[in-house]
Design a protein around this ligand. Structure first.
Ligand SMILES: Cc1cc2nc3c(=O)[nH]c(=O)nc-3n(C[C@H](O)[C@H](O)[C@H](O)COP(=O)(O)O)c2cc1C
Length: 432
């Protein structure tokens, strides 16, 4: 590969006054390693290590805002209150390594326990504190079903304020911007998506009205932070409850959803796709990030199986993914289709030739290895073996003991390993 191509990935990028050292983003990845919502020193080391390995921008795992029902697991970190001193340490450590960092602000809304990820403990029953735009929980590939009460005007105002409060805390702690989790069928997306938002008031109806909740959050964040504080909005077509779902069937429909967000102050879109090379709409090769940029004029970031030929969900279900190189990504970056690329290196690291291996050899960047993914994979493998008594002490010697115990418990209880959103179905290893 020509080094000039690699250079394009390593060029700096400016988002408002934020200078990113390259175009590589570590996308948000839920971890659930912050007991009572407070990041530990391990979390500080986790992010600092990824920064040290050359990534330009880190988007943190989804974090809790100060409003009820926003997360499913108490070990998801908070972005308010007692968690902030630890986040300040994370920010300082990441900055010391030359990377930028933004938290992903998250409210899950009426999303029940996602079956696929094995993300959350407990059963799939709605908790009393869960909220959604219309009291509708999306069903896997089925029409949404009624659950709970629609959010009141007061709920909406309070949630908007909670997002703004969290953003303010992040701003004060020195984060370089915030990302709003408007994707995958969580609360903000439940407002955007017509089938879970059937409200008759100003927050429901046409696309502009369905965007109003998100736009109001963006405006509130802008008011509480600063005119040049970057606000990134993550959106997707697919939902955890329905991978074939469509937020917008045409470019015009997408524009109707995204334009009000830009008017409200969004600085960049992060278009969450499972396979970044797939065209978003018929008749053009542009992917979702490409369309977001073309339709709104603001920069965009892509993600989804970069350097691999199969997506995260399918590999979680046991299919394999082979390396493909990054030529296609580079071409599209060079053409200006999108500006940044998210890359979850743990997946590709399990393959021989990866984006970062390619970059590392040509640029001196160290490989951005997500040891978290690998530890989990290994633990899942060994736990499956342990349960079927095929394991020896020596084959366990390089496995994190705590992780292994966790994996064994999960497999025994649920038939799969789950931790954060990463999980290893035991069937993939012929286990329990
Ligand atoms: C373990 C794990 C946790 C994730 N957590 C989040 C999250 O908190 N917020 C989010 O928007 N996306 C989350 N994602 C999706 C990723 O950010 C990314 O979009 C997806 O994995 C596709 O990229 P990939 O093909 O490089 O893995 C998660 C994915 C994984 C595998």
């Amino acid at each position: 590969m020509a080094s000039q191509n690699i250079d394009c990935l390593l060029e700096p990028f400016k988002l408002r006054n934020l200078e990113l050292r390259n175009r590589i983003v570590m996308p948000p990845m839920t971890r659930c390693f912050s007991p009572q919502g407070i990041p530990t020193q391990d979390v500080v080391r986790y992010y600092a290590k990824r920064a040290a390995h050359g990534v330009g921008l880190i988007v943190t795992e989804g974090v809790a805002i100060p409003f009820r029902g926003c997360i499913h697991d108490e070990a998801v970190p908070s972005m308010f209150g007692a968690a902030m001193p630890a986040w300040k340490q994370v920010v300082d450590a990441v900055h010391a390594e030359g990377a930028a960092i933004m938290p992903q602000l998250w409210h899950v809304g009426l999303n029940l326990k996602p079956e696929l990820e094995g993300l959350f403990d407990g059963n799939s029953q709605l908790r009393a504190d869960q909220i959604g735009p219309s009291g509708l929980a999306d069903g896997i590939g089925n029409p949404p079903r009624p659950l709970g009460q629609p959010m009141t005007d007061r709920d909406i105002a309070q949630v908007i304020e909670a997002f703004a409060e969290s953003a303010f805390c992040a701003y004060e702690a020195g984060f370089d911007g915030v990302q709003l989790h408007g994707a995958h069928g969580y609360l903000i997306d439940q407002f955007l998506w017509a089938s879970t938002n059937v409200r008759k008031d100003q927050y429901g109806g046409d696309a502009a009205n369905r965007s109003r909740f998100a736009s109001d959050i963006v405006r509130a964040i802008r008011r509480r932070t600063a005119p040049d504080f970057p606000i990134v909005f993550r959106f997707s077509q697919w939902k955890l409850s329905d991978y074939e779902a469509e937020l917008a069937a045409t470019p015009a429909q997408l524009e109707a959803v995204l334009s009000p967000l830009v008017d409200a102050g969004v600085d960049m879109f992060d278009a969450s796709q499972r396979r970044y090379w797939e065209p978003a709409f018929e008749g053009s090769h542009l992917n979702l990030a490409g369309w977001a940029k073309k339709l709104t004029g603001v920069p965009s970031s892509t993600v989804g199986s970069v350097s691999l030929d199969n997506d995260a969900i399918r590999t979680l279900l046991g299919e394999s993914a082979q390396s493909t190189g990054i030529e296609r990504l580079i071409e599209r970056l060079q053409s200006g289709e999108f500006d940044l690329a998210g890359y979850r290196a743990g997946r590709a690291h399990r393959n021989a030739q990866t984006l970062f291996a390619a970059v590392a050899t040509q640029s001196g960047l160290a490989c951005l290895c997500s040891e978290y993914d690998q530890r989990l994979l290994l633990a899942g493998h060994c736990a499956s073996q342990a349960l079927s008594s095929h394991v020896t002490a020596s084959s366990l010697s390089n496995i994190d003991a705590v992780m292994l115990e966790f994996a064994v418990q999960r497999i025994a209880a649920h038939g799969q390993v789950g931790c954060g959103m990463a999980h290893v179905p035991s069937v993939a290893f012929g286990g329990a």
